[in-house]
Ligand binder design. Structure first.
Ligand code: HEC
Length: 161
């Protein structure tokens, strides 16, 4: 059954102040009070911020290692396997390698990010969340593309076997 949350009647509820009864490990860092973002613009720096912290492109497009996605050493070099009702899908290489972002024009990349539409007209499979990016601003897309194009060209999975 699909529930449209906007149709659920509003309820007045005061759940009280939240508290955590589980002792936190000593390594738990102090609460984050503020976080800085680079200035908005079609720059590599802002693109890195969007592709990393905001849109999680890097997390899904980097291979999974024993410690989690290998985002620093194998940035967007493909190889993360997703298993689901769609079968098994592997995130493609999107470094500046020849079979990565280099083979596409900016317009092609934008259509893939915002519509999940490959240049050959094929629609992408989940979990590529292109619907979430459908309304990304042109300038933000330019920033992500500028960032991707200057990444080192890595082989698929960056040679992981
Ligand atoms: C939840 C994981 C996930 C996230 C987040 C994600 N992707 Fe993907 N992406 C995938 C998967 C899986 C595919 C492969 C889909 C398929 O094979 O049909 C894909 C495919 C693509 C493709 C097609 C590339 C090709 O050569 O076929 C592009 C371009 C792309 N993603 C860019 C991005 C960008 C840019 C972002 C961030 C704005 C992003 N993705 C975020 C999982 C993800």
């Amino acid at each position: 059954m699909v529930i449209d949350l906007r149709q659920v009647p509003a309820v007045e509820n005061d759940p009280g102040e939240s508290r955590c009864d589980v002792p936190l490990p000593p390594s738990y860092s102090p609460p984050v009070e503020s976080a800085s973002a680079p200035d908005r613009g079609a720059t590599v720096e802002y693109g890195a911020y969007l592709a990393g912290h905001m849109a999680h492109c890097i997390e899904c497009h980097s291979p999974m290692g024993p410690q989690g996605p290998m985002t620093d050493t194998h940035t967007v070099a493909s190889g993360f396997e997703f298993h689901g009702p769609w079968g098994t899908v592997i995130s493609p290489n999107f470094s500046s390698a020849e079979d990565g972002v280099a083979e596409y024009s900016d317009e092609d990349v934008k259509a893939m990010i915002t519509q999940g539409l490959r240049p050959d007209g094929e629609r992408m499979s989940p979990p590529m969340p292109y619907a979430n990016y459908a309304r990304m601003a042109e300038e933000d897309l330019d920033a992500v593309i500028a960032y991707l194009r200057q990444l080192p060209p890595l082989p698929d999975g960056a040679g992981l076997e």
